[in-house]
Design a protein around this ligand. Sequence first.
Ligand SMILES: N[C@@H](CCC(=O)N[C@@H](CS)C(=O)NCC(=O)O)C(=O)O
Length: 204
Amino acid sequence: MKFYNSVGPNPRMVRIFMAEKGVTPELVDVDLRGGENRQSDYMTKVNPMGQLPALVLDDGQVITEITAICEYLDEIGKGDSLIGKDARERAETRMWTRRIDLHICETMGAAFRFGPGLKMFQSRIHCIPAAAEDFAQIAQEKIAWLNDQMDGKEWVCGDRFTMADILLFAFLEFGANVGQAVNDNNKNVIAWMERMKARPSAAA
Ligand SMILES: N[C@@H](CCC(=O)N[C@@H](CS)C(=O)NCC(=O)O)C(=O)O
């Protein structure tokens, strides 16, 4: 198995997931800043979306989109499932994962690509620089909403550590590095961040 890796929160999310599940594929580093992922070689052979990461199985099948990659790794990796042991748990994990993905990761990512990352992204995707600040604000509003939802909970899904935690963590740490740090008022999220940082997988 090969994992096409780069800088950025999406590959990191999967690296953390792999560390939790004891999966160690061969890593292939791709020069994202230099735009290697937008060259025809990568787009025709690996991911026609031109993004990272990508997981290439031994039979050549390519899996992209981080939550899909993690769903696959969850089934082949070691230990307890990070999605859930039954239909009810899996639905809960996917509900939170989708909420976090749509409302926090996507808005935070757009704020970065249209703002501080504009120079790199303007030749790659349709950018709306005037929307950067609004997307950053929406991300913060949703983090505040999530903070209320986290009251009394150890992890996003209560006492179960899941894929939803890993997704949120990778993006909130990314946000902190690009001018979108979590507001200090969000005490539940800040305390949860410390629990996440204490896990060995946070080094991935
Ligand atoms: N929806 C994709 C998002 C992947 C993504 O946006 N990856 C970023 C790296 S964090 C990327 O490839 N950026 C460079 C580019 O778009 O040229 C996923 O779930 O994997």
